[in-house]
Design a protein around this ligand. Structure first.
Ligand SMILES: Cc1cn([C@H]2C[C@H](O)[C@@H](COP(=O)(O)OP(=O)(O)OP(=O)(O)O)O2)c(=O)[nH]c1=O
Length: 613
């Protein structure tokens, strides 16, 4: 039986499971999927320390497993499969990632760690859609993860060893198999059981549904928010052709790279009525600014730092320490709990993992300064959004009484304090995206790179970490370079990175095999972008590369929410806008670059790589 038409859609495709795991094979074939099994040869050796979260590591490993198989099959057959599915399951406990034990002693170490405690099992899944033209392989990747919480009973040493001697732990993440003898170790589980066994089938079906079929308004009403749409939602004779039909899918639509939103002729002209539309999304949209402002305020008042240093704390204690009213503090804390930033127990409030990772003022992936910058700067500009829309121009003059020819020199860097705030904000943001940006393409053929407008060097250090043979020059304004030293991380890669002060519109660019512009082109008007590209093009040798890291909105601008929001932000704050892949392709080709390729890697930047002819 094929339960879901989304699975049935895949029956028409050549689908490959890039996994040797017998559990994954069983789960997918039980669901009615037909596929070939080609185990991946990707060795699971990514540096765990370079990932902000355990699930980011699992997703990247899953992606690399699938990409390896797609490339190998394409090379061998000159015909890649249509779809390659990769997965990686890990166990995470107190910031530690546990994979398969290497021997019995290792299994014992892992099981002892898990003993009597709750841990998370994450499975990262990558669905790679392949197409080839003229022998060249194009791949779009769709990634997601699922988390299941599992609690172990308190187990005796004797029982642990007996279990280890059964041999079951050896090929399983965390050293146990919940589906067999290991089930006896487990006291409770919260979440998808199959996710623990190696494949989150339910979430997989939902993802496929998202990729193929945009929901219709009446379906939103009929289904629970997070449910798999009912069969008749899909069984529509005018539905999309399937994965293979969306030529260059990810180029056009990123959130659903392979769907053809709005093409469903049966729905054309249908209007949602008040009775059929759930009001919640609109109310949530209206309330969005209240939540943002609460988050900014909690950051500004350093609530998360306080709880890291002294938590758990009660409302009264927090109010006293942040010098605020008890009633106001209570509201602020409640909002943080409701949005998953704080936990509340009998002992008081404490940071969740999310807050510890992103909202402390000094964490590696801290977005604290970004929140403060939004509060202190962007917020004022957005008060004049209507004027920005009417005039099609930024609002520095109205909001801050500043005439802006150059948003950086005239506004963001207008005094030392503002400059450092902006640098800190960008540093956190780029750090979060840097790993995915650095590995979106294999850059190992380049021996030198120049990151134009590379600010604190966040991307440069990550590139150095990923490519030990690469020398990276960060080229930025003198006032930025003078303070970049405050952001230098420790570690051997610092020797690969150097800073050169200069203005990329005026001064000669450092020599490099690869030029990089990360979130730079979107700041500028088309004229300025042409100027800059022309300067890069003159400096770049034939065969050299240009890597553009920007968000890529869908061609029809309805998709890729984060990108369209960011484009609006560019209007309000700068002289530029986000551009689509085809716009970048034309720009790059006009300046002597060819072989323009795109990788859709994340919500902060996507990547476009081109070669100088
Ligand atoms: C926690 C747990 C994991 N596992 C398994 C699922 C995965 O097969 C394995 C984790 O290893 P993975 O590296 O995710 O997968 P794999 O090596 O088996 O296969 P491949 O890399 O070729 O895709 O652990 C269970 O079977 N039961 C469990 O309870």
């Amino acid at each position: 039986m094929v339960l879901y038409p989304v699975i049935r859609k895949l029956l028409e495709k050549r689908v490959v499971l890039a996994s040797a795991s017998p559990r994954r094979q069983e789960i997918l074939s039980n669901a009615g999927l037909r596929f070939e099994v080609v185990p991946s040869r990707f060795t699971e050796k990514l540096s765990k320390a370079s990932f902000p979260t355990p699930y980011a590591y699992a997703m990247e490993t899953a992606k690399q497993k699938a990409l390896e198989v797609a490339r190998r099959m394409h090379q061998k057959d000159l015909r890649a499969p249509d779809i390659v599915i990769g997965a990686d399951t890990i166990v995470a406990l107190e910031g530690l990632i546990l994979e398969k034990p290497v021997d019995k002693a290792d299994a014992h170490k892992m099981l002892s760690r898990l003993n009597g405690k709750e841990h998370s099992v994450f499975t990262g899944v990558a669905i790679v859609h392949c197409s080839s033209q003229g022998g060249k392989l194009d791949m779009d990747v769709w990634e997601f993860y699922e988390e299941t919480r599992v609690r172990f009973s308190q187990l005796s040493e004797e029982l642990l060893w007996e279990y280890i001697h059964s041999g079951e732990p050896m090929d399983k993440a965390g050293g146990y198999g919940i589906q067999a003898l290991g089930g006896m170790l487990v006291e409770s589980i919260h979440g998808d059981f199959l996710n623990v066994v190696g494949f989150p089938l339910n979430r997989f079906c939902k993802k496929l549904a998202e990729l193929f079929y945009p929901p219709r308004p009446e379906d939103l009403q009929r289904e629970k928010q997070d449910s798999i749409p009912a069969v008749d939602t899909f069984d529509n004779p005018s539905d999309v052709e399937g994965l293979g039909s969306s030529q260059g899918g990810a180029q056009g639509v990123r959130d659903r790279p392979w769907a053809e939103g709005g093409k469903d002729t049966k729905d054309a002209g249908r209007r949602p009525t008040v009775e059929s539309l759930p009001p919640t999304p609109v109310v949530e949209l209206i309330d969005g600014y209240k939540v943002s402002k609460a988050l900014f305020t909690a950051c500004k008042m350093k609530v998360f730092d306080l709880l890291r240093d002294e938590g758990p704390l009660s409302t009264v204690d927090i109010a006293r320490k942040i010098d605020a009213s008890e009633c106001g503090t209570g509201h602020l804390l409640d909002i943080c709990v409701a949005f998953g930033l704080l936990d509340k127990t009998d002992r008081g409030y404490s940071n969740t993992d999310l807050a510890s990772l992103y909202l402390l003022s000094d964490g590696e992936y801290s977005l604290h300064s970004l929140a403060v910058h939004n509060n202190n700067h962007s917020w004022h500009l957005y008060n004049h959004l209507e004027s920005a829309i009417r005039e099609g121009a930024n609002q520095h003059q109205r909001a801050l009484q500043i005439t802006v020819d150059d948003p950086f020199q005239d506004s963001f860097y207008r005094n030392k304090e503002k400059k450092l705030q902006f640098m800190r904000a960008m540093h956190g943001l780029i750090n979060v995206a840097a790993r995915q940006a650095a590995t979106a393409f294999d850059l190992s053929r380049f021996s030198s790179a120049c990151d134009l407008g590379g600010c604190t060097g966040a991307l440069a250090y990550q590139l150095a970490r990923q490519y030990p043979g690469l020398k990276v020059t960060v080229f930025d304004l003198p006032e930025v370079v003078e303070d970049a030293v405050y952001f230098q991380p420790g570690g051997p890669q610092t020797g690969q990175v150097s800073f050169v002060p200069g203005d990329f519109f005026r001064d000669s660019l450092p020599e490099a095999d690869l030029y990089i512009v990360c979130r730079i082109l979107h700041d500028w008007s088309d004229d300025k972008v042409h100027q800059l590209l022309s300067r890069i093009s003159s400096s770049c040798k034939p065969g050299g590369g240009l890597l553009v890291l920007e968000m890529l909105p869908g061609e029809d601008k309805r998709e890729a929410r984060a990108a369209v929001v960011q484009s609006l932000n560019m209007l309000v704050q700068t002289l530029g806008r986000e551009r689509t892949l085809s716009e970048y392709r034309s720009l790059l080709q006009a300046h002597g670059f060819a072989d323009v390729r795109a990788a859709y890697v994340g919500s902060i930047v996507d990547a476009v790589l081109a070669t100088r002819v």
